[in-house]
Design a protein around this ligand. Structure first.
Ligand code: GLN
Length: 487
């Protein structure tokens, strides 16, 4: 069951298996293992089997893309028609969207089979998947550890082979950090590369949908199906897409990789430094050139992000008022009571904290001191990267400060949780693409190397990761939970 999309597509064409059989196999694995992980919120077996039947027909007619018949999962932040979209919140626990997200439409059109919707931190706010109304997700490499967040369900499901690949969303690291913690490959594309239509908004100027899979090759195939201009999303870019999966075999000889001094400094755990250095040497062996660079404004990323994201969240989440969408409290005494109780009863603690922080920083009198200042910091961060990309082609960094941390070890200390995002946030603030790929093990837990690209240069990130994955096997290892073996 460690099959790649290409090998499964070949098996489907050679009649070694069918999409229906494959779908049944994955549904069976979910039934067997997901009690331990809680990676899915909603399963869609009937819908999946209907899609699989249609996929088998397309394959038989010779009219099928590589994704046709491949069982995937969607983070439960993407709207799906006729299938619940909960955002892991009590607020939307019974919400069924009247339309599909563009990402879902495009993946459906490719013929892929949707097994279900994966768990996440409520409204994508979190770094551990402990903020879900539907319960904590566990890391398949160590059931006492978090899978990362917010796309922790997608990451755990891919790592445990409860789907072949999955969608995720990344506002400040939610694809890359759980990918690193679960030993898979995850790509957050450039802001605007993938349509946000039907992707429930958290922080609109930062949110971006992307892909999570075992390998860069699988990520490239899935991204190809999703990426591209969407006339229905005004922030979607009309910059031309490319055939990501066809450029993976080009060598990376001569590629200039920037190594930011501010990321590999004495604050990074020495064991992490050693592991990541080994991965960098591997890239050097492939012909890449490592160049020390500065990203002077790195320290601004956490404060800027944790002002801007809550500010945008506070306005985006004002639509959940007990009137138009979702949960409504019982027997309200008047309109004010309806608003207050619906929101207090249905939003979790972290979501309420962010709404409060956001409302405060946007209020008159504080706007300039907080929100205005954070926007200035954001511009400095973007300029920092622009300068770096005049010297190098991509940048390499840790994805996270360490491996997956213990369940409940940071839930009482929100700031400690926010500090976990130190290496991922700046990428979203600058709108750049970022990828995390498996780069070794810290004790028995996976760690990721992050690759950051220039705007719309997803192809170079995927190619670098693919080349790395041709000479390393970190991405092939599977947790003992499912393989019976050890990493
Ligand atoms: N951990 C960050 C946060 O809590 C990022 C989340 C995300 O990317 N959706 O906001």
């Amino acid at each position: 069951m460690t099959a790649s999309i290409r090998s499964l597509a070949a098996d489907l064409r050679q009649g070694k298996t069918s999409a229906v059989e494959l779908t049944q196999e994955y549904l069976q694995r979910i039934a067997q293992f997901d009690d331990q992980l809680n990676s899915y919120i909603t399963l869609a077996p009937d819908r999946a089997l209907t899609q699989a039947q249609a996929a088998d027909e397309r394959i038989a007619n010779g009219d099928a893309s590589l994704l046709c018949g491949i069982p995937i999962a969607h983070k439960d932040l993407f709207c799906t028609r006729n299938l619940a979209t909960t955002c892991a919140s009590k607020m939307l626990a019974n919400f069924v969207s009247p339309y599909n997200a563009t990402v879902v439409e495009r993946i459906d059109a490719s013929g892929a089979v949707t097994l279900g919707k994966t768990n996440l931190d409520e409204f994508a706010m979190g770094s551990s998947n402990e903020n879900s109304f539907f319960g904590v997700v566990k890391n398949p490499w160590d059931l006492n550890c978090v899978p990362g967040g917010s796309s922790g369900g997608s990451a755990a499901a891919v790592a445990a082979e409860l789907c072949v690949a999955a969608t995720g969303t990344d506002t400040g690291g939610s694809i890359r950090q759980p990918a690193a913690f679960c030993g898979i490959t995850g790509l957050k594309p450039t802001y605007g590369r993938v349509s946000r239509l039907g992707m429930v908004a958290y922080a609109s100027s930062l949110d971006q949908g992307g892909v999570m899979a075992k390998s860069a090759d699988d990520c490239a195939i899935l991204l190809e199906a999703m990426a591209g201009f969407d006339p229905k999303d005004s922030t979607s870019s009309d910059h031309a897409t490319t055939h990501y999966s066809e450029q993976l075999n080009e060598s990376i000889a001569g590629l200039r990789i920037g190594i930011p001094r501010q990321y590999f400094n004495e604050q990074l755990d020495p064991k992490m430094t050693a592991l990541l250095q080994t991965a960098l040497v591997e890239l050097e062996k492939l012909g890449a050139q490592l160049i020390d660079i500065d990203l002077q404004q790195t320290a601004l990323a956490i404060p800027a992000y944790y002002i801007i994201a809550p500010a945008e969240a506070s306005t985006n989440l004002s639509r959940y008022d007990g009137v138009r969408y979702g949960y409504r409290c019982e027997n309200p005494t008047d309109l004010q009571d309806l608003y207050v109780r619906s929101r207090s009863e249905a939003f979790g603690e972290e979501v309420q904290r962010r709404i409060l922080v956001g409302t405060y920083s946007l209020s008159s009198g504080y706007y300039d001191a907080y929100y205005g200042q954070a926007q200035r910091a954001r511009r400095l961060i973007a300029e920092d990267f622009a300068k770096a990309f005049s010297q190098v082609d991509i940048i390499a960094s840790p994805t996270t400060p360490g491996p997956a941390f213990g369940l409940d070890s940071k839930t009482q200390d929100p700031v400690a949780m926010y500090l976990e995002d130190i290496y991922t946030l700046a990428v979203n603030l600058a709108g750049l693409p970022g990828l995390s790929m498996p780069a070794g093990f810290y004790d028995h837990r996976p760690v990721g190397l992050q690759l950051i690209g220039n705007h719309f240069d997803e192809a170079t990130l995927l190619r670098t990761a693919h080349q790395f994955q041709q000479t390393t096997d970190w991405h092939i290892r599977r947790p003992s939970l499912i393989s019976g073996g050890k990493a």
